[in-house]
Design a protein around this ligand. Structure first.
Ligand code: ZN
Length: 342
């Protein structure tokens, strides 16, 4: 440790970056001055006192030199090459993925992590798979053309008319047939079509369907999977609940609710009813244990196997996460309105 040399080095530094490196060489954890101070313990008490006092004076002096030098150097690194104004500029990214696409990517990733595979079925589907396999008989109101888009095309004696698939549940029996039996752990993300147009409905929308069929599958598995999804997508403090409901293709059936993040599930904000949820809970989608009729449609014996399914609207969960009030602009040209929510 040579004091004069150290002082010279500090005084010759050309930039703050260089000065910082010199500082670390001297005063850092393994810096030369630090090491010299540590070595004092090997000396006798008398020597230690004397040398210690000397070294502390040197240390203070060098730190003073350092402080003065630091203030004389400007923050700009003088060693950097000058800017070449003739080089082309960096390209500015002007676009972004659509919010729905981002939500689909998130959902896919969350379910893939827990062992679900992703499979998508047709947008144009037979009535048979959209309704009959799902225990929705010929007189079910969903088969009315106020509820479903029918496609002008061939009519099958076995499968009926063609429709624009009104839900991802059309893939349930198809998946059971394709896999030729359990185990099934599918997540199906697809476009769906219904003739509606208002703040919370567009004629084309997206759903994702979870389907799990195996031996000894229970409501607990359904509940755990949905709770996992909600925590991953909305945050770890979100709570979920299943509320009894009715669907033709599940028994028992539930509506799935999640706790409202605006009022933290209390239903109240500043002593007033929460405007977003009114009750502390928000409806996420439908779910239930797969109806024996559906399992039989997929050639699966309901006496041996059981399963659960859920269907959730992607625009809906997107609206809930970003507190978007109208989903129609998602499919209009100008989505800049929503950029602050992404
Ligand atoms: Zn609320």
């Amino acid at each position: 440790m040579d004091k004069d040399l150290a002082q010279q080095k500090i005084e010759n530094a050309q930039s703050r970056e260089e000065l910082t490196a010199i500082y670390n060489e001297l005063f850092g954890k393994n810096g030369s001055l630090t090491v010299t101070l540590k070595e004092l313990k090997n000396l006798s008490i008398e020597e230690r006192k004397e040398r210690g006092a000397e070294l502390n004076i040197i240390k203070r002096e060098l730190q003073d030199v350092y402080d003065v030098k630091w203030n004389t150097l400007s923050e700009v690194d003088t060693h950097k090459p000058p800017i070449d104004v003739t080089l082309p500029g960096e390209r500015t990214v002007t676009g972004d993925l659509h919010l729905t696409t981002k939500a689909i990517d998130d959902i896919r990733r969350i379910f893939q992590k827990i062992g679900f595979y992703d499979y998508t079925y047709h947008e144009v589907e037979w009535e048979y798979f959209s309704f009959d396999t799902l225990n929705m008989g010929p007189t079910h109101p969903a088969r009315d053309d106020f509820e479903t888009f029918f496609v002008q095309g061939p009519v099958s004696s076995k499968y009926g008319r063609m429709v624009m698939s009104p839900h991802t549940s059309s893939g349930q029996a198809r998946e059971m047939l394709r896999r030729q039996g359990p185990p099934i752990r599918m997540i199906s993300i697809a476009k769906c079509y219904r003739p509606n147009w208002d703040a919370s409905h567009t004629p084309m929308f997206h759903q994702f369907e979870g389907l799990c069929v195996d031996k000894n599958i229970t409501i607990n598995h359904l509940k755990g999977t949905i709770a996992h999804f909600a925590r991953e997508y909305y945050g770890s403090d979100v709570k979920t609940r299943l509320r009894p409901y009715h669907f033709q293709f599940t028994e028992p059936s539930f509506e799935v609710d999640i706790s409202c993040s605006v009022c933290n599930g209390t239903g109240m904000v500043d002593n007033r009813k929460c405007k977003v949820c009114k009750s502390g809970w928000l409806e996420l989608g439908g779910a239930g244990m797969v109806h024996p009729h559906v399992l039989r449609s997929g050639n699966i014996d309901p006496e041996v196997y059981s399963g659960w399914a859920f269907g959730i609207g992607i625009e809906r969960i997107l609206m809930m996460r970003g507190s978007i009030e109208d989903m129609r602009p998602l499919y209009e040209g100008n989505v800049s309105l929503y950029y602050h929510n992404s």
